[in-house]
Design a protein around this ligand. Structure first.
Ligand SMILES: Nc1nc2c(ncn2[C@@H]2O[C@H](COP(=O)(O)OP(=O)(O)OP(=O)(O)O)[C@@H](O)[C@H]2O)c(=O)[nH]1
Length: 240
C-alpha cells in the first residue's frame, strides 16, 4: 500500500524537465557497389569529414555513424559500408538487408564495369525482399578524376531514371569537384547523405537501438563526427 502512495506522489510531482530525453531515431543506410568504387571513402568523408589516408578492402561490413540535427531533431545516421568483394561479403549479406531504411548504390565514374554491375546490385536488393518503398539513390564517385571518366552523366542519368533513383555525381576525395552537370544532381558528399536523411525523417521509421547481429559478435559503435570521434567502427575489419 505504501508503495502505491509513493508512486502517486511521484507522478504528481513529475515535471517536463524530469522526463527522460526522447530517444534518438536511428536510420540504417547501406552503401553497396563494386569493390574499389569508394564506399569506405564516401562514408568516412560524411562521418569523419575527411578523406581517409589509406583504405583496405572492407571485410564483412564497417559501421560509421554521425549524429545530425534536422528541424530541431537529433537523428543518428548509421552507414553500413559493405564489402564489395564477394568473398568478403557472402557470410554477412543477410545482415546488411535487415531493417534497412535506405540504400546508396555507388559506382566509379572512371570504371565502366562498376556501372555495368549496378543491375546485379539492384537484383541482390530484390532477392533480399527490399521493398520499393525503401529510398534508393545512385552515386557516381571519383568525379575529381575528370580525365579518366568512362561513365558519362547522360547514360548514368538514364539508368537512374529507369530505376526511379536520384543521381548524384561526386568525389569523396574532393567533394567540391563537380561532375558534368547535364541533368544530374552534382553535389558534395555531405549534401547527398543529408538529402537521404531528410527523406527518411519525413517517413518516421521505427527506432533501432543497435544494429541487428548474430550471437557472439560484439559491435561497439564509435561516436560520430558531431561527437568528436571519427565515427568509424569495423565489424570484421576496420578499413580506416
Ligand atoms: N581519386 C579518387 N580516389 C578515390 C575516391 N574515393 C575513393 N578513392 C580511392 O579508391 C580506392 C578504393 O576506395 P574504397 O573506399 O576503399 O573502396 P570500397 O568501395 O570501399 O572498396 P571495398 O571495401 O573493396 O568494397 C582507394 O584507393 C581510394 O583512395 C575519390 O573520390 N577520388
Amino acid at each position: 500500500m505504501a508503495e502505491i502512495g509513493s508512486s502517486v506522489e511521484f507522478s504528481g510531482s513529475l515535471s517536463s524537465s524530469a522526463l527522460p530525453p526522447p530517444r534518438t531515431r536511428i536510420f540504417k543506410i547501406i552503401v553497396i557497389g563494386d569493390s574499389g568504387v569508394g564506399k569506405t571513402c564516401l562514408t568516412y568523408r560524411f562521418c569523419a569529414g575527411k578523406f581517409p589516408e589509406k583504405t583496405e578492402a572492407t571485410i564483412g561490413v564497417d559501421f560509421r555513424e554521425r549524429l545530425v540535427e534536422i528541424d530541431g531533431e537529433k537523428i543518428k545516421i548509421q552507414l553500413w559500408d559493405t564489402a564489395g568483394q564477394e568473398r568478403f561479403r557472402k557470410s554477412m549479406v543477410q545482415h546488411y538487408y535487415r531493417n534497412v531504411h535506405a540504400v546508396v548504390f555507388v559506382y566509379d565514374v572512371t570504371n565502366a564495369a562498376s556501372f555495368r554491375s549496378l543491375p546485379a546490385w539492384i537484383e541482390e536488393c530484390k532477392q533480399h525482399a527490399l521493398g520499393t518503398e525503401v529510398p534508393r539513390i545512385l552515386v557516381g564517385n571519383k568525379c575529381d578524376l575528370q580525365d579518366s571518366i568512362q561513365v558519362g552523366t547522360d547514360v548514368a542519368q538514364q539508368f537512374a531514371d529507369t530505376h526511379s533513383m536520384p543521381l548524384f555525381e561526386t568525389s569523396a576525395k574532393n567533394p567540391n569537384s563537380q561532375g558534368d552537370s547535364g541533368g544530374a544532381n552534382s553535389d558534395h558528399v555531405e549534401a547527398i547523405f543529408m538529402t537521404v536523411a531528410h527523406k527518411l525523417k519525413s517517413q518516421k521509421p521505427l527506432v533501432l537501438s543497435q544494429p541487428p547481429m548474430g550471437s557472439g559478435v560484439t559491435v561497439n559503435l564509435n561516436r560520430g563526427r558531431d561527437d568528436g570521434g571519427d565515427g568509424a567502427k569495423g565489424w570484421g575489419c576496420s578499413s580506416c
